[in-house]
Design a protein around this ligand. Structure first.
Ligand code: ACO
Length: 426
Protein backbone atom coordinates (compact mmCIF):
# COMPACT_ATOMS: atom_id res chain seq x y z
CA UNK A 1 0.00 0.00 0.00
CA UNK A 2 1.21 3.50 -0.81
CA UNK A 3 2.58 5.29 2.26
CA UNK A 4 0.92 8.58 3.21
CA UNK A 5 1.58 11.36 5.70
CA UNK A 6 -1.26 12.66 7.85
CA UNK A 7 -1.37 16.31 8.77
CA UNK A 8 -3.92 17.91 11.04
CA UNK A 9 -4.88 21.49 10.27
CA UNK A 10 -7.61 23.29 12.21
CA UNK A 11 -8.69 19.92 13.64
CA UNK A 12 -9.13 18.30 10.22
CA UNK A 13 -6.90 15.44 9.06
CA UNK A 14 -5.47 15.40 5.53
CA UNK A 15 -3.53 12.62 3.87
CA UNK A 16 -0.66 13.42 1.55
CA UNK A 17 1.39 10.94 -0.48
CA UNK A 18 4.93 10.08 0.59
CA UNK A 19 7.61 9.81 -2.08
CA UNK A 20 10.73 7.70 -1.57
CA UNK A 21 13.93 8.38 -3.49
CA UNK A 22 16.10 5.53 -4.79
CA UNK A 23 18.52 6.03 -1.87
CA UNK A 24 15.66 6.14 0.64
CA UNK A 25 15.20 9.93 0.98
CA UNK A 26 11.72 10.68 2.24
CA UNK A 27 9.50 13.48 0.95
CA UNK A 28 5.90 14.54 1.43
CA UNK A 29 4.18 15.38 -1.83
CA UNK A 30 2.44 18.67 -1.02
CA UNK A 31 1.31 19.57 -4.53
CA UNK A 32 -2.36 19.45 -3.51
CA UNK A 33 -1.84 21.06 -0.09
CA UNK A 34 -3.14 24.52 -0.93
CA UNK A 35 -6.03 23.22 -2.95
CA UNK A 36 -7.09 20.83 -0.17
CA UNK A 37 -6.35 22.94 2.91
CA UNK A 38 -5.95 26.57 1.83
CA UNK A 39 -2.48 26.54 3.41
CA UNK A 40 0.92 26.94 1.77
CA UNK A 41 4.34 26.09 3.24
CA UNK A 42 6.99 28.61 4.36
CA UNK A 43 10.62 27.67 3.67
CA UNK A 44 12.96 30.59 2.87
CA UNK A 45 16.13 29.30 1.22
CA UNK A 46 14.26 26.02 0.46
CA UNK A 47 16.11 24.00 3.12
CA UNK A 48 13.18 21.55 3.42
CA UNK A 49 11.83 21.78 -0.11
CA UNK A 50 12.42 19.31 -2.93
CA UNK A 51 11.97 21.25 -6.16
CA UNK A 52 12.20 18.28 -8.53
CA UNK A 53 12.92 14.59 -8.96
CA UNK A 54 16.37 14.06 -10.45
CA UNK A 55 18.45 11.05 -11.39
CA UNK A 56 21.72 12.92 -11.99
CA UNK A 57 23.47 13.44 -8.66
CA UNK A 58 23.12 11.92 -5.21
CA UNK A 59 24.46 13.65 -2.10
CA UNK A 60 24.36 12.61 1.53
CA UNK A 61 25.43 15.65 3.50
CA UNK A 62 25.69 13.79 6.81
CA UNK A 63 27.94 11.04 5.45
CA UNK A 64 29.86 13.20 2.96
CA UNK A 65 28.74 11.19 -0.08
CA UNK A 66 28.64 12.54 -3.64
CA UNK A 67 27.81 10.36 -6.64
CA UNK A 68 27.08 11.18 -10.26
CA UNK A 69 24.71 8.72 -11.94
CA UNK A 70 25.60 6.35 -9.08
CA UNK A 71 29.39 6.57 -9.45
CA UNK A 72 31.26 7.98 -6.40
CA UNK A 73 33.14 11.23 -6.98
CA UNK A 74 36.32 9.58 -5.64
CA UNK A 75 36.20 6.98 -8.44
CA UNK A 76 35.58 9.60 -11.11
CA UNK A 77 38.40 11.82 -9.82
CA UNK A 78 40.77 8.85 -9.81
CA UNK A 79 39.91 7.29 -13.17
CA UNK A 80 37.83 9.54 -15.41
CA UNK A 81 38.44 12.60 -17.56
CA UNK A 82 36.33 15.74 -17.54
CA UNK A 83 34.96 14.97 -21.01
CA UNK A 84 33.98 11.44 -19.97
CA UNK A 85 32.39 12.67 -16.72
CA UNK A 86 30.49 15.36 -18.65
CA UNK A 87 29.13 12.64 -20.96
CA UNK A 88 28.13 10.58 -17.92
CA UNK A 89 26.39 13.48 -16.19
CA UNK A 90 24.51 14.52 -19.33
CA UNK A 91 23.69 11.11 -20.83
CA UNK A 92 23.34 8.92 -17.75
CA UNK A 93 26.04 6.36 -18.50
CA UNK A 94 29.76 6.23 -19.26
CA UNK A 95 30.52 6.41 -22.99
CA UNK A 96 31.88 3.38 -24.84
CA UNK A 97 35.02 3.79 -26.95
CA UNK A 98 33.19 4.90 -30.12
CA UNK A 99 31.05 7.37 -28.20
CA UNK A 100 34.10 8.83 -26.50
CA UNK A 101 35.94 9.26 -29.82
CA UNK A 102 32.84 10.84 -31.28
CA UNK A 103 32.33 13.33 -28.45
CA UNK A 104 36.02 14.33 -28.52
CA UNK A 105 35.80 14.97 -32.26
CA UNK A 106 32.56 16.91 -31.96
CA UNK A 107 33.99 19.05 -29.16
CA UNK A 108 36.97 19.86 -31.38
CA UNK A 109 34.73 20.60 -34.38
CA UNK A 110 32.77 23.11 -32.28
CA UNK A 111 35.62 24.80 -30.46
CA UNK A 112 35.90 27.95 -32.57
CA UNK A 113 34.03 31.08 -31.56
CA UNK A 114 32.46 33.34 -34.16
CA UNK A 115 35.08 35.99 -35.01
CA UNK A 116 32.56 38.81 -34.52
CA UNK A 117 32.17 37.78 -30.88
CA UNK A 118 35.70 39.03 -30.30
CA UNK A 119 34.45 42.56 -31.00
CA UNK A 120 32.10 42.25 -28.02
CA UNK A 121 34.95 41.07 -25.81
CA UNK A 122 37.08 44.04 -26.91
CA UNK A 123 34.30 46.48 -25.95
CA UNK A 124 34.10 45.58 -22.26
CA UNK A 125 36.00 47.96 -19.96
CA UNK A 126 39.42 46.48 -19.15
CA UNK A 127 38.68 45.79 -15.48
CA UNK A 128 35.30 44.10 -16.03
CA UNK A 129 34.85 40.91 -14.03
CA UNK A 130 35.19 37.86 -16.33
CA UNK A 131 32.06 36.30 -14.79
CA UNK A 132 29.96 39.25 -15.96
CA UNK A 133 31.57 39.00 -19.40
CA UNK A 134 31.03 35.24 -19.60
CA UNK A 135 27.39 35.48 -18.58
CA UNK A 136 26.79 38.18 -21.21
CA UNK A 137 28.68 36.29 -23.90
CA UNK A 138 26.80 33.03 -23.33
CA UNK A 139 23.53 34.95 -23.60
CA UNK A 140 24.83 36.49 -26.83
CA UNK A 141 25.39 33.02 -28.31
CA UNK A 142 21.64 32.91 -29.00
CA UNK A 143 22.19 35.58 -31.68
CA UNK A 144 25.25 33.92 -33.21
CA UNK A 145 23.88 30.38 -33.17
CA UNK A 146 20.13 30.85 -33.61
CA UNK A 147 19.44 27.40 -35.09
CA UNK A 148 18.10 26.01 -31.82
CA UNK A 149 15.57 23.33 -32.32
CA UNK A 150 13.61 20.87 -30.32
CA UNK A 151 14.92 17.75 -32.05
CA UNK A 152 17.17 15.49 -29.95
CA UNK A 153 20.00 15.94 -32.48
CA UNK A 154 19.82 19.73 -32.45
CA UNK A 155 19.70 19.84 -28.64
CA UNK A 156 22.78 17.58 -28.48
CA UNK A 157 24.60 19.90 -30.88
CA UNK A 158 23.76 22.94 -28.77
CA UNK A 159 25.03 21.22 -25.63
CA UNK A 160 28.35 20.32 -27.28
CA UNK A 161 28.62 23.83 -28.62
CA UNK A 162 28.22 25.22 -25.12
CA UNK A 163 30.77 22.85 -23.58
CA UNK A 164 33.34 23.57 -26.23
CA UNK A 165 32.87 27.27 -26.85
CA UNK A 166 32.52 28.40 -23.23
CA UNK A 167 36.01 27.04 -22.62
CA UNK A 168 37.33 28.91 -25.69
CA UNK A 169 35.53 32.11 -24.66
CA UNK A 170 36.94 31.93 -21.13
CA UNK A 171 40.52 31.72 -22.40
CA UNK A 172 39.81 34.37 -25.02
CA UNK A 173 38.50 36.83 -22.42
CA UNK A 174 41.68 36.34 -20.39
CA UNK A 175 43.93 37.01 -23.37
CA UNK A 176 41.95 40.08 -24.40
CA UNK A 177 41.92 41.43 -20.82
CA UNK A 178 45.74 41.30 -20.91
CA UNK A 179 45.90 42.90 -24.34
CA UNK A 180 47.43 39.72 -25.75
CA UNK A 181 46.84 37.88 -28.98
CA UNK A 182 44.03 35.34 -28.82
CA UNK A 183 45.19 31.71 -29.09
CA UNK A 184 42.95 29.41 -31.13
CA UNK A 185 41.95 25.89 -30.08
CA UNK A 186 43.86 22.99 -31.64
CA UNK A 187 42.26 19.79 -32.85
CA UNK A 188 45.24 17.68 -31.75
CA UNK A 189 44.82 18.67 -28.09
CA UNK A 190 42.43 17.25 -25.53
CA UNK A 191 39.75 19.43 -23.90
CA UNK A 192 41.88 20.36 -20.87
CA UNK A 193 45.22 20.62 -22.72
CA UNK A 194 43.54 22.94 -25.21
CA UNK A 195 42.32 25.21 -22.44
CA UNK A 196 45.76 25.48 -20.84
CA UNK A 197 47.32 26.16 -24.23
CA UNK A 198 44.76 28.86 -25.09
CA UNK A 199 45.43 30.51 -21.71
CA UNK A 200 49.20 30.36 -21.58
CA UNK A 201 50.64 30.01 -25.06
CA UNK A 202 52.05 33.21 -26.55
CA UNK A 203 54.08 34.13 -29.64
CA UNK A 204 57.30 34.69 -27.68
CA UNK A 205 57.01 31.72 -25.34
CA UNK A 206 55.20 28.67 -26.72
CA UNK A 207 53.36 26.73 -24.02
CA UNK A 208 54.60 23.22 -23.31
CA UNK A 209 51.83 20.79 -22.40
CA UNK A 210 52.52 19.18 -19.04
CA UNK A 211 50.51 15.95 -18.76
CA UNK A 212 50.38 16.15 -14.96
CA UNK A 213 48.90 19.64 -15.08
CA UNK A 214 46.39 18.43 -17.66
CA UNK A 215 45.45 15.55 -15.37
CA UNK A 216 45.12 17.92 -12.40
CA UNK A 217 42.81 20.21 -14.38
CA UNK A 218 40.71 17.20 -15.36
CA UNK A 219 40.28 16.36 -11.68
CA UNK A 220 39.46 19.97 -10.76
CA UNK A 221 36.70 20.11 -13.38
CA UNK A 222 35.39 16.63 -12.52
CA UNK A 223 34.96 17.80 -8.92
CA UNK A 224 32.77 20.67 -10.11
CA UNK A 225 30.71 18.77 -12.71
CA UNK A 226 27.39 18.82 -10.81
CA UNK A 227 26.07 19.33 -7.31
CA UNK A 228 22.31 18.84 -7.55
CA UNK A 229 19.96 21.72 -6.66
CA UNK A 230 22.43 24.40 -5.52
CA UNK A 231 21.85 28.13 -6.10
CA UNK A 232 23.08 28.32 -9.73
CA UNK A 233 21.52 25.00 -10.79
CA UNK A 234 18.20 26.05 -9.28
CA UNK A 235 18.57 29.34 -11.17
CA UNK A 236 19.04 27.30 -14.37
CA UNK A 237 15.92 25.23 -13.65
CA UNK A 238 13.80 28.26 -12.66
CA UNK A 239 14.85 30.37 -15.65
CA UNK A 240 14.55 27.37 -17.98
CA UNK A 241 11.06 26.61 -16.67
CA UNK A 242 9.82 29.69 -18.53
CA UNK A 243 11.02 27.85 -21.67
CA UNK A 244 13.57 30.51 -22.57
CA UNK A 245 16.42 29.31 -24.83
CA UNK A 246 19.24 27.28 -23.27
CA UNK A 247 21.87 30.01 -23.72
CA UNK A 248 19.86 32.50 -21.62
CA UNK A 249 19.28 29.73 -19.09
CA UNK A 250 22.99 28.90 -18.70
CA UNK A 251 23.80 32.62 -18.65
CA UNK A 252 21.52 32.92 -15.59
CA UNK A 253 23.35 30.01 -13.97
CA UNK A 254 26.69 31.77 -14.50
CA UNK A 255 25.32 34.97 -12.95
CA UNK A 256 24.08 33.03 -9.92
CA UNK A 257 27.41 31.24 -9.49
CA UNK A 258 29.29 34.55 -9.36
CA UNK A 259 28.16 35.33 -5.78
CA UNK A 260 30.74 35.04 -2.96
CA UNK A 261 28.47 32.73 -0.97
CA UNK A 262 28.40 30.35 -3.93
CA UNK A 263 31.06 29.83 -6.65
CA UNK A 264 32.63 33.22 -5.99
CA UNK A 265 33.87 31.78 -2.69
CA UNK A 266 37.00 30.35 -4.38
CA UNK A 267 38.13 33.92 -5.10
CA UNK A 268 37.01 35.17 -1.68
CA UNK A 269 39.02 32.45 0.11
CA UNK A 270 42.25 33.75 -1.44
CA UNK A 271 41.33 37.36 -0.57
CA UNK A 272 40.65 36.24 3.00
CA UNK A 273 43.93 34.31 3.28
CA UNK A 274 45.85 37.28 1.86
CA UNK A 275 44.20 39.60 4.39
CA UNK A 276 45.16 37.26 7.23
CA UNK A 277 48.69 37.08 5.85
CA UNK A 278 48.89 40.89 5.77
CA UNK A 279 47.68 40.87 9.35
CA UNK A 280 50.81 38.91 10.42
CA UNK A 281 49.00 35.58 9.92
CA UNK A 282 46.60 36.39 12.76
CA UNK A 283 44.16 33.44 12.59
CA UNK A 284 42.67 34.07 16.04
CA UNK A 285 41.18 37.42 15.00
CA UNK A 286 39.73 35.91 11.81
CA UNK A 287 38.06 33.08 13.76
CA UNK A 288 36.77 35.55 16.35
CA UNK A 289 35.27 37.77 13.63
CA UNK A 290 33.65 34.75 11.92
CA UNK A 291 31.93 33.84 15.19
CA UNK A 292 30.75 37.38 15.95
CA UNK A 293 27.06 37.70 15.07
CA UNK A 294 27.46 41.48 14.71
CA UNK A 295 30.24 41.10 12.16
CA UNK A 296 29.23 40.14 8.58
CA UNK A 297 32.59 38.37 8.10
CA UNK A 298 32.35 34.61 7.52
CA UNK A 299 35.14 32.13 7.14
CA UNK A 300 35.14 31.76 3.36
CA UNK A 301 35.36 28.18 2.09
CA UNK A 302 33.71 26.90 5.27
CA UNK A 303 30.16 25.65 5.71
CA UNK A 304 27.65 24.18 3.32
CA UNK A 305 23.88 23.92 3.13
CA UNK A 306 23.96 20.16 2.62
CA UNK A 307 27.32 18.88 3.92
CA UNK A 308 27.41 18.68 7.68
CA UNK A 309 30.76 16.92 7.49
CA UNK A 310 33.90 17.33 5.36
CA UNK A 311 32.96 18.03 1.73
CA UNK A 312 34.25 14.96 -0.20
CA UNK A 313 35.42 17.25 -3.00
CA UNK A 314 37.49 19.34 -0.54
CA UNK A 315 39.33 16.18 0.58
CA UNK A 316 40.35 15.41 -3.01
CA UNK A 317 41.18 19.05 -3.72
CA UNK A 318 43.43 19.29 -0.65
CA UNK A 319 45.41 16.19 -1.75
CA UNK A 320 45.62 17.55 -5.29
CA UNK A 321 47.09 20.84 -4.01
CA UNK A 322 49.76 19.08 -1.99
CA UNK A 323 50.68 16.79 -4.88
CA UNK A 324 50.89 19.59 -7.40
CA UNK A 325 52.84 22.00 -5.21
CA UNK A 326 55.33 19.24 -4.41
CA UNK A 327 55.66 18.28 -8.05
CA UNK A 328 56.18 21.91 -9.12
CA UNK A 329 58.48 22.51 -6.12
CA UNK A 330 56.39 25.48 -5.01
CA UNK A 331 56.19 26.43 -1.36
CA UNK A 332 52.97 28.47 -1.18
CA UNK A 333 52.63 30.27 2.17
CA UNK A 334 48.87 30.53 1.56
CA UNK A 335 48.60 26.71 1.64
CA UNK A 336 50.35 26.63 5.03
CA UNK A 337 48.04 29.36 6.28
CA UNK A 338 44.94 27.54 4.96
CA UNK A 339 45.98 24.33 6.69
CA UNK A 340 46.62 26.17 9.96
CA UNK A 341 43.26 27.92 9.70
CA UNK A 342 41.49 24.64 8.97
CA UNK A 343 43.14 22.96 11.96
CA UNK A 344 42.15 25.76 14.36
CA UNK A 345 38.58 26.02 13.01
CA UNK A 346 37.95 22.27 13.13
CA UNK A 347 38.79 22.28 16.86
CA UNK A 348 36.83 25.42 17.67
CA UNK A 349 33.60 24.84 19.60
CA UNK A 350 31.56 27.20 17.38
CA UNK A 351 32.60 25.46 14.16
CA UNK A 352 32.12 22.01 15.72
CA UNK A 353 28.64 22.91 17.06
CA UNK A 354 27.60 24.43 13.72
CA UNK A 355 29.01 21.51 11.70
CA UNK A 356 31.18 23.86 9.69
CA UNK A 357 33.81 22.07 7.60
CA UNK A 358 35.89 23.12 4.59
CA UNK A 359 33.95 23.04 1.32
CA UNK A 360 35.37 22.56 -2.19
CA UNK A 361 36.28 26.22 -2.47
CA UNK A 362 38.61 26.23 0.52
CA UNK A 363 41.48 24.58 -1.37
CA UNK A 364 40.45 25.16 -4.97
CA UNK A 365 41.81 28.74 -5.00
CA UNK A 366 45.23 27.47 -3.99
CA UNK A 367 45.07 24.88 -6.75
CA UNK A 368 44.12 27.50 -9.34
CA UNK A 369 46.91 29.85 -8.20
CA UNK A 370 49.36 26.98 -8.56
CA UNK A 371 48.45 26.33 -12.18
CA UNK A 372 48.74 30.05 -12.95
CA UNK A 373 45.08 31.06 -13.21
CA UNK A 374 44.61 34.75 -12.32
CA UNK A 375 42.43 35.45 -9.29
CA UNK A 376 39.56 37.07 -11.16
CA UNK A 377 39.25 33.98 -13.40
CA UNK A 378 38.75 31.55 -10.49
CA UNK A 379 34.96 31.52 -10.63
CA UNK A 380 35.06 31.23 -14.43
CA UNK A 381 37.03 28.00 -13.89
CA UNK A 382 34.23 26.79 -11.62
CA UNK A 383 31.65 27.76 -14.27
CA UNK A 384 33.38 25.72 -16.99
CA UNK A 385 33.41 22.72 -14.65
CA UNK A 386 29.73 23.16 -13.70
CA UNK A 387 28.52 23.40 -17.32
CA UNK A 388 27.74 19.66 -17.75
CA UNK A 389 25.68 19.81 -14.56
CA UNK A 390 23.67 22.84 -15.67
CA UNK A 391 23.15 21.34 -19.12
CA UNK A 392 21.98 17.97 -17.82
CA UNK A 393 19.71 19.53 -15.17
CA UNK A 394 18.18 21.78 -17.83
CA UNK A 395 17.71 18.79 -20.17
CA UNK A 396 16.17 16.71 -17.41
CA UNK A 397 13.77 19.52 -16.52
CA UNK A 398 12.71 19.85 -20.17
CA UNK A 399 11.83 16.14 -20.26
CA UNK A 400 10.11 16.12 -16.84
CA UNK A 401 6.47 14.95 -17.13
CA UNK A 402 5.69 16.90 -13.91
CA UNK A 403 7.17 20.08 -15.35
CA UNK A 404 5.41 23.34 -14.49
CA UNK A 405 6.71 26.88 -14.72
CA UNK A 406 8.51 27.72 -11.45
CA UNK A 407 6.33 30.05 -9.50
CA UNK A 408 6.57 29.94 -5.68
CA UNK A 409 3.93 31.53 -3.48
CA UNK A 410 4.57 34.10 -0.77
CA UNK A 411 3.11 35.17 2.54
CA UNK A 412 2.17 38.78 2.08
CA UNK A 413 3.19 40.85 5.11
CA UNK A 414 2.65 44.41 3.83
CA UNK A 415 -0.09 47.01 4.32
CA UNK A 416 -3.68 45.92 4.03
CA UNK A 417 -5.93 47.82 1.63
CA UNK A 418 -5.69 51.60 2.01
CA UNK A 419 -6.57 54.71 0.06
CA UNK A 420 -4.45 56.76 -2.31
CA UNK A 421 -3.33 60.07 -0.71
CA UNK A 422 -2.91 62.92 -3.20
CA UNK A 423 0.62 64.45 -3.28
CA UNK A 424 -0.61 67.77 -1.77
CA UNK A 425 -1.83 65.91 1.35
CA UNK A 426 1.22 63.70 2.06
N1 ACO B 1 31.66 31.21 8.96
C1 ACO B 1 31.07 31.46 10.13
N2 ACO B 1 29.82 31.08 10.45
C2 ACO B 1 29.14 30.41 9.52
C3 ACO B 1 29.69 30.08 8.27
C4 ACO B 1 31.01 30.51 7.99
N3 ACO B 1 31.59 30.25 6.84
N4 ACO B 1 28.78 29.41 7.52
C5 ACO B 1 27.69 29.30 8.29
N5 ACO B 1 27.90 29.89 9.50
C6 ACO B 1 26.97 29.91 10.64
C7 ACO B 1 25.88 30.95 10.45
O1 ACO B 1 26.25 32.20 10.99
C8 ACO B 1 24.74 30.32 11.18
O2 ACO B 1 24.94 30.51 12.56
P1 ACO B 1 23.70 30.62 13.62
O3 ACO B 1 22.86 29.39 13.39
O4 ACO B 1 24.37 30.66 14.94
O5 ACO B 1 22.99 31.87 13.24
C9 ACO B 1 24.90 28.83 10.88
O6 ACO B 1 26.31 28.65 10.66
C10 ACO B 1 24.13 28.34 9.68
O7 ACO B 1 24.45 29.18 8.60
P2 ACO B 1 23.48 29.50 7.40
O8 ACO B 1 23.92 30.74 6.72
O9 ACO B 1 22.06 29.44 7.87
O10 ACO B 1 23.76 28.25 6.50
P3 ACO B 1 23.35 28.12 5.00
O11 ACO B 1 23.18 26.69 4.73
O12 ACO B 1 22.21 29.03 4.70
O13 ACO B 1 24.63 28.72 4.21
C11 ACO B 1 26.72 28.86 3.14
C12 ACO B 1 25.57 27.94 3.59
C13 ACO B 1 26.16 30.02 2.31
C14 ACO B 1 27.67 28.06 2.24
C15 ACO B 1 27.47 29.40 4.39
O14 ACO B 1 28.03 28.32 5.12
C16 ACO B 1 28.56 30.41 4.04
O15 ACO B 1 28.27 31.60 3.90
N6 ACO B 1 29.84 29.94 3.87
C17 ACO B 1 30.92 30.82 3.44
C18 ACO B 1 30.87 31.03 1.93
C19 ACO B 1 31.29 29.78 1.17
O16 ACO B 1 32.30 29.16 1.45
N7 ACO B 1 30.50 29.46 0.14
C20 ACO B 1 30.77 28.31 -0.75
C21 ACO B 1 29.79 27.20 -0.52
S1 ACO B 1 30.13 25.83 -1.54
C22 ACO B 1 29.61 26.31 -3.07
O17 ACO B 1 28.65 27.01 -3.24
C23 ACO B 1 30.34 25.88 -4.16
Amino acid sequence: MEKTAKIIIDGKTYELPIILGSEGEKAIDIRTLRQKTGYITYDPGYGSTGSCKSSITYMDGEKGILRHRGIPIEKLAAHSTFVETSYLVINGQLPNEDELVNIRETLNDNSLVHEDMQIFFQSFPRNSHPMGILSAMVNTMRSFYPDLDTTEEEIDKTMIRLLSKVRTMAAMSYKISRGHKVVYPRSDYSYCANFLNMMFDNPVKPYKIDSELVRALNVFWILHADHEQNCSTSAVRVVGSGRVNVYATISAGIAALWGPLHGGANQSVIHMLMDIQKNDGDITTAIKKAKDKNDPFRLMGFGHRVYKTYDPRAKIMKKLCHKLLKRLKIDDPLLHLAMKLEKVALKDEYFVDHNLYPNVDFYSGIFLRTIGIPLNMFTVMFAIGRLPGWISQWKESMDDPHWRISRPRQIYSGETKRGYIPLSKR
